[in-house]
Design a protein around this ligand. Structure first.
Ligand code: GTR
Length: 327
């Protein structure tokens, strides 16, 4: 009898504890969910993890970021939609996807737009970059910061590319983006829009001959195993962007918003350093794996995209000139 009594007392005690009786309980933390197509260790995610550490420290753990890697919440297009609708708090995506929502951002994905990294970051950190991020607000998005994503080049399973003509007839995957599809078409190849997570299967099945991306993505996606020719044409340096849902943003206190946006700015330097190291490491591993790298006739590539560029010069009148001035 005594035993049964003790058991009941124990149960009542546990229930009381879990219901919070007798103890001052701090409110549950705000957990912001953030999607990424890459895996932990990739610099985009590491940038967001650094941001999470800063935010946790500065809010005493009240606000935290939980990352959902490897497209686990869906492809980038749906991530952007979910963040817009307020179904997801944050998304780290390529600028290419956001340019489908806000066409002005498309200027940042044009080929050979930036002379070098200094020029690019002058633009991104300067008035043009700030205005482009701020403009996202009308689409229910908050652009927290840009991230580095190196230079994109073509790679394929058939042959090295030295001149634009070498691309003729190749079926090349592009990000689901009108600008990227047009660019590839203007170079004589056939663009095939496919979500990032499905490219490896398409390459292995021979549905496409190649794709275009930066060195870290070429390595971590495993595409190098099936498309061994990587030709450094460096046609675009498309920044990544960290998006926050405007709906979730408005639910935060003003002081917390300031903490998050300041920390996001601070995370950029860290992310850029991570990128530089990661890119080198990936390149070494790709060389060890026997990938074939080659430089291209850059002048021929620049000449080949000139007509394409002229069309967009009209579309992005004013913006392109401001970007050129920031050299
Ligand atoms: C990567 C980028 C991803 C994704 C991918 C792609 O470089 O980090 O966000 O956009 O390219 O080509 O789909």
């Amino acid at each position: 009898m005594k035993k049964v009594y003790g058991l009941w007392l124990g149960i009542i005690f546990l229930v009381a504890i879990s219901a919070g009786f007798g103890a001052a309980r701090s409110p549950a933390p705000i957990v912001l969910r953030c999607a990424d197509v890459h895996a932990f260790g990739y610099p985009t995610i590491e940038g967001v993890r650094y941001l999470d550490q800063l935010v946790r420290k500065r809010t005493g753990g009240r606000i935290q970021i939980k990352i959902y890697p490897e497209s686990s919440l869906g492809p980038e297009k749906s991530v952007v939609e979910m963040v817009k609708l307020g179904l997801l708090d944050m998304g780290r995506v390529s600028m290419t996807e956001v340019a489908e929502v806000d066409y002005r951002l498309g200027v940042l994905i044009l080929p050979y737009l930036f002379e070098n990294d200094d020029h690019k970051w002058n633009v991104l950190n300067g008035p043009v970059g700030k205005a482009l991020l701020a403009g996202l607000s009308q689409y229910n998005l908050i652009g927290l910061c840009f991230q580095e994503a190196g230079y994109r080049s073509f790679y394929n399973s058939k042959r090295p590319i030295y001149r634009p003509e070498d691309l003729k007839g190749l079926k090349l995957r592009v990000q689901p983006s009108r600008i990227m599809a047009k660019l590839v078409e203007s170079l004589g190849a056939s663009p095939v829009p496919i979500n990032y997570g499905e490219v490896y299967a398409a390459l292995s099945a021979g549905v496409i001959d190649g794709a275009e991306n930066n060195i870290p993505s070429y390595y971590t996606s495993g595409h190098y195993r099936v498309a061994r020719y990587f030709s450094f044409d460096r046609h675009a340096s498309i920044p990544e962007v960290l998006l926050f849902s405007k709906k979730a943003w408005m639910n935060l206190k003003e002081a917390d918003r300031r903490i998050i946006s300041n920390a996001a700015q601070e995370s950029v330097d860290y992310q850029r350093r991570q990128w530089a190291q990661f890119e080198k490491d990936c390149y070494r591993k790709l060389e060890d794996a026997g990938c074939q790298f080659n430089e291209v006739d850059l002048e021929a590539f620049k000449a080949a995209v000139a007509p394409f560029y002229r069309d967009y010069r009209e579309k992005y009148r004013g913006l392109i000139e401001s970007i050129e001035k920031a050299r």
